[in-house]
Ligand binder design. Sequence first.
Ligand code: HEM
Ligand SMILES: *[C@@H]1O[C@H](CO)[C@@H](O)[C@H](O)[C@H]1NC(C)=O
Length: 496
Amino acid sequence: MAFLLFLFFVTAAALSFFLCTNEQRRRSDAGRQSRQQNEQQKKKLKLPPGSMGWPYVGETLQLYSEDPNVFFASKQKRYGEIFKTNLLGCPCVMLASPEAARFVLVSQARLFKPTYPPSKERMIGPAAIFFHQGDYHLRLRRLVQAALSPASLRALVPDVDAAVASTLAAWADAGVAASTFHAMKKLSFDVGVVTIFGGRLGRRQREELRTNYSVLERGYNCFPNRFPGTLYYKAIQARKRLREIVSEIVAERRATGGDDLLGGLMSSRVDGGETGATAALTDEQIADNVVGVLFAAQDTTASVLTWILKYLHDSPKLLEAVKAEQMAIYVANEGGKRPLTWPQTRSMTLTHQVILESLRMASIISFTFREAVADVEYKGFLIPKGWKVMPLFRNIHHNPEYFQDPHKFDPSRFKVAPRPSTFLPFGSGVHACPGNELAKLEILVLLHRLLTAYGWEIVGASDEVEYSPFPVPRRGLNARLWKLPQEMVATAAGGA
Ligand code: HEM
Ligand SMILES: *[C@@H]1O[C@H](CO)[C@@H](O)[C@H](O)[C@H]1NC(C)=O
């Protein structure tokens, strides 16, 4: 029993995404009662198939006693595209078909609101874009999309390139094997900072953001215990300092303006209604969204980058072909004397296919959550108000019906576009990832620099998977990097 309790707390803390508050539980109980009355009059719909497991704990233990992917896949095999379960007291409906994912995220999106545990919302900032729907969400969405549009990204190429160059140089100079994931996290943070602040942030402020953000991050997946000294407590303190640092930057910026994301957030105005005044975003709303974008951009991009290096390493022939594609551009740029351009990044056909296939294979965001805001009917099944719904991206990406030989790493499958709604690494609908093109740009630039100027090797075993909380290869893929002598690069380029 003690072991079970221990396991329970470990699992509860580990994927606290699943934590469901008492308040949420009470609401769904109330929902159930009023629904039972409604059902007398309405036509009787049945709940989806599936097992709810034990009271409260539900099927959480099953989920964690096996590989989560095996859990979802075996459920799908048994019950089909839609099934119910219970995770830490939350009744959930899981959806494993492109059609069902589309229903929740796109066509009936207004019936399903974003839902996160309150401790997470507090940590990132309640005014951040992910947590909202309706007018406020749309307003932020336009601002974020503008800062991440192709026109903005084109101008960002030199900054992304500089961030990549300094990350690789630091890794190689260290001369020892280090976690790829760790190095890639530093890169994706720097790229996030450049995107938000337009590259004019002073070194001091950037380092203060970085150190405080890392404290926030360490507490993010901890059990929400506010006792002084806990990681969670420290994270809350760091979150307050981050707000102050952003406010300080905002104050300095008032004079200069700018067309990066911060500039957009600062100059946004909406009609204040009857008063005739226009309302700006508050410093608090701005800070929540700055932290929110850093959060959304960092671990996601870093874990995908880590997987790409692992997949390339495991397929030497493919690696050579990708290297040849990059070398051709390197040669066209006179051995890197001229800078990499936006159109060049758009011409990397094979490398782009490798990125898509890696996104599919790794499916680092295996699923997402929404909550039904009303009783909803899907194909004769009832999704009760207050229940969580989970579109299972990974199951869709690994279904042989949509991707032949799904366990095979085969970038050439992306020579033809996947069927609609079958490829959702960046989600879909109103909350789909606005940073997808930035993430791809960052990955393309990294592969260009790495494959044209460095040698690298993986040190030690890398076939197990760790959760960080996203999946990454064991120990973040321990690897060593060294700069190739210029003459070797020239010979390789000649051969390409
Ligand atoms: C390979 C890297 C990335 C992956 C796989 C990824 C994946 C996703 C997914 C699946 C969603 C939708 C979640 C849902 O519907 O519940 C999302 C949302 C979001 N992502 Fe990304 N993302 C990546 C990189 C980035 C980057 C680099 C940025 C910003 C610079 C970013 C900013 C955001 C934001 C702001 C949202 C929330 C959008 C909204 O709620 O309207 N992401 N991302
Ligand atoms: C956090 O930010 C403050 C300034 O607000 C700074 O003094 C401190 O060094 C930063 N880092 C940490 C780990 O607290």
